[in-house]
Design a protein around this ligand. Structure first.
Ligand SMILES: *[C@@H]1O[C@H](CO)[C@@H](O)[C@H](O)[C@H]1NC(C)=O
Ligand SMILES: *[C@@H]1O[C@H](CO)[C@@H](O)[C@H](O)[C@H]1NC(C)=O
Ligand SMILES: *[C@@H]1O[C@H](CO)[C@@H](O)[C@H](O)[C@H]1NC(C)=O
Ligand SMILES: [Zn+2]
Length: 288
């Protein structure tokens, strides 16, 4: 087959369509990790509800659809504002009433509002009257957004779009700061420590959840309000980590290598673990 102009146009269009898909939220491995950690911690009641809500194609693996929300971002255009929160530049704080809105100022349209929204929808699971919402989608959104809100730069500064406009080098490759936190740190860790196998990363995190972090897990799971989840707490932690670790010492065209990688990896590991533990606690509370 000869390539015609229209083939090229189709190909370019396809690439333009696909490229933004890889650039948001923890990358696929980050989300997969959060969902796998969570699913292994579910009570019987929650595990059954998840199994019931997942489509058969998922084969009872929540992780396999943990990036679904990123894939539908363009088809469900309204959902793209629900993956992050923009906070005022350099303030390093988050407040729901001030910050949880979309670009047009419509309130509740941010990742914290979305977590509350899909939690509320899932609470109708098992009611006699069928929900007006698609609870499969509610589960997939909640599982994904619980990951996103733990990625520090998903609660970043407004003018740099959570580090998306900050060009950096990750070792010798071009990247942007947001992508370093979505993917690059995790990929480099997998290459160095996990034989490039995400399952080894998941195992290592699960081990630390039961040993290293065992006495902290209860506090991660709890909300001071007594009601799960508490996305405002998770978002406040993220903007603090964004300021103290992600943005710190980075400027346009910074070259980030071992110094940055080795000091930031523990933060990424912690956030992945907390995301998984809290997703499980939330689902256990919803379906309990
Ligand atoms: C809540 O969920 C519904 C159904 O997916 C969606 O239409 C709406 O935009 C969501 N709102 C927020 C703030 O998440
Ligand atoms: C619920 O959403 C899923 C995923 O988008 C879709 O495959 C399924 O058909 C929807 N179910 C209903 C009853 O609309
Ligand atoms: C697990 O904890 C050990 C000891 O603190 C640490 O060296 C290792 O990097 C941690 N691994 C992960 C994946 O969190
Ligand atoms: Zn996302």
């Amino acid at each position: 087959m000869k390539f015609t102009k229209s083939h090229v146009a189709t190909l370019v269009g396809l690439l333009l369509f696909l490229c933004p898909l890889v650039a948001h939220g923890w990358g696929v491995d980050g989300h997969l990790t959060v969902c796998r950690i969570a699913q292994a911690r579910l009570s019987d009641a929650a595990a059954n509800a998840v199994k019931d809500l997942l489509p058969a194609s998922a084969d009872d693996d929540l992780g396999s659809l943990c990036s679904w929300a990123d894939e539908v971002k363009f088809h469900y255009r309204w959902s793209s504002a629900l993956h992050f929160i923009d906070t005022p530049d350099n303030l390093c704080t988050y407040q729901y009433t001030r910050d949880c809105k979309d670009e047009n100022g419509i309130k509740d349209r941010c990742v914290a509002g979305a977590i509350n929204n899909y939690t509320t929808q899932l609470l109708s699971y098992g009611n006699d009257a069928p929900s007006q919402y698609n609870l499969t989608e509610a589960l997939l959104f909640l599982a994904h957004f619980m990951g996103d809100i733990h990625q520090p730069l998903h609660v970043g500064f407004t003018s740099d779009k959570g580090g998306n406009t900050i060009d950096v080098h990750w070792y010798t490759r071009k990247s942007v700061l947001h992508h370093v936190w979505d993917d690059n740190i995790i990929e480099t860790a997998e290459q160095r420590y996990d034989n490039s196998d995400v399952n080894e990363l998941i195992d290592a995190l699960q081990k630390n959840i039961t040993d290293e972090w065992a006495d902290k897990v209860k506090t991660w799971e709890a909300c001071s309000s007594g009601k799960l989840p508490c996305p405002n707490v998770y978002a406040s932690e993220s903007i603090k980590a964004a300021c103290n670790w992600a943005y710190k010492g980075v400027s346009e065209n910074s070259v980030l290598e071992d110094n940055y990688f080795l000091t930031r990896l523990p933060v990424v590991n912690l956030r992945l673990a907390q995301g998984g533990v809290r997703l499980a606690a939330t689902l256990n509370s919803i379906f309990g």
